[in-house]
Design a protein around this ligand. Structure first.
Ligand SMILES: *Cc1c(COP(=O)(O)O)cnc(C)c1O
Length: 378
């Protein structure tokens, strides 16, 4: 009886799968960090700590919250599909023309726009091992082949990546700093790599953690756009700006490239509340400075605590770090959940002995370190 039910279930799955586009059949959905509410529900506990998705523990700027509340009054109307005000503010901030800025429903949306605009069956995209999980998903969903170069010291090996660029390559994905490893490429080395790419390749430099990596306000890869017309730089309001739940990010590219991305963009992908909040967040530089300072202190706290536990970690330029727990990490992750601490397993990134932990508030970091010590018996 049970077997029959199971067979019927499987048959139904096959039935749907056969209808799916070939590119979709092999996809595995992105696995997000576990929400606090889910863990508290499952364990019947309260005050769980989530250090699993690299969110800003300070939350957003109060000015962004105020702008979001004010924007709620207008949500009967569609948002500005051109995102005029926010794009103008971003263009001014980065010293580019507004035509260079493309808004996204989070920067993941922009990554997907790049894949849809430049990839398809018969093409390839090159990325590094341990790179951000959305790159292979966006690549394969577009019907293209994901070509993964081995990493060096957990970070991007630019020589290995260059060696995998072929006549079929259309996109190269690079996160700088990278998630989940936190590794960062020296700007001059990255720039030399980008300059050497052949003219049929678009490069994406994903700077989701730029504020943490370059606290002095360096321009990052956006400064290279004038010289590198096939570059797309992505940024987000989800991390240092503390607006992950609103879903707003952007890409900066040559106007010709931005125009292509806009062809495949949903007209109202950036919602009205998010646009208003992002604009206010962008203006609140003091909040970013506070967030970056808190991150620096929290990173030092985590490193000191991990050192006391005798553990190794990958030095990180972001607001998170990957710790080597010295054994298979999945049971450690599960045990930490039972301690009310949510971190991120990264076995799916080829790192089965590591866990990624987001830098939290001092008290959250302390709870993580104490729980980890108990779980590991140290
Ligand atoms: C978190 C993250 C993003 C941002 O995603 P959003 O869609 O903007 O929330 C992009 N790239 C990397 C590498 C990230 O870690």
């Amino acid at each position: 009886m049970r077997e029959t039910a199971q067979t019927a279930r499987e048959a139904r799955t096959d039935w749907a799968l056969e209808l799916a586009a070939p590119a979709v059949r092999g996809l595995v959905p992105y696995e997000p960090g576990k929400p606090i509410e889910a863990l508290e529900r499952e364990l019947g506990i309260r005050e769980a700590v989530k250090l699993a998705s690299n969110e800003n523990p300070l939350g957003p700027s109060p000015r962004a919250l105020e702008a979001a509340r004010a924007a709620l009054a207008g949500i009967a109307r569609y948002p500005d599909g051109h995102g005029h005000a926010l794009r103008a503010a971003l263009a001014a901030r980065h010293g580019v023309d507004p035509a260079c800025v493309v808004l996204g429903n989070g920067s993941n949306d922009v990554l997907d726009l790049v894949a849809r605009a430049f990839l398809g069956p018969g093409t390839e995209a090159v990325m590094s091992a341990h790179a951000f999980a959305v790159y292979p998903i966006a690549t394969r969903a577009a019907g293209a082949e994901a070509v993964v170069a081995p990493a060096r010291d957990f970070g991007h090996d630019l020589e290995a990546m260059a060696a995998r660029v072929t006549a079929r390559t259309r996109v190269v994905w690079i996160a700088n700093p990278n998630n989940p490893t936190g590794t960062r490429l020296a700007p001059e080395r990255l720039r030399a790599f980008l300059e050497a790419l052949p003219p049929h390749v678009v490069a994406v430099v994903d700077e989701a953690y730029h504020e943490y990596a370059a606290p002095a306000g360096e321009a990052g890869a956006i400064a290279w756009l004038a010289a590198l017309p096939r570059l797309v730089v992505t940024r987000t309001f989800s991390k240092a700006h503390g607006l992950a739940g609103l879903r707003i990010g952007y890409g900066v590219a040559a106007p010709e490239v931005a125009e292509l991305l806009n062809r495949v963009r949903q007209p109202f992908n950036a919602n009205a509340v998010a646009q208003a909040a992002a604009q206010a967040a962008l203006a609140d530089e003091a909040h970013i400075a506070r967030s970056v300072a808190l991150n620096r202190e929290g990173m030092a706290q985590l490193e000191a605590g991990l050192g006391e536990l005798g553990l190794a970690w990958i030095p990180s330029a972001g607001n998170f770090l990957c710790v080597d727990v010295g054994r298979e990490a999945a049971p450690v992750y599960e045990a930490l959940l039972r301690e009310g601490v949510i971190v991120r397993p990264v076995a799916g990134y080829g790192l089965p002995r590591h866990l990624r932990v987001t830098v939290g508030l001092p008290e959250e970091n302390r709870r993580f370190l104490e729980a980890l010590g108990r779980v590991l018996g140290r």
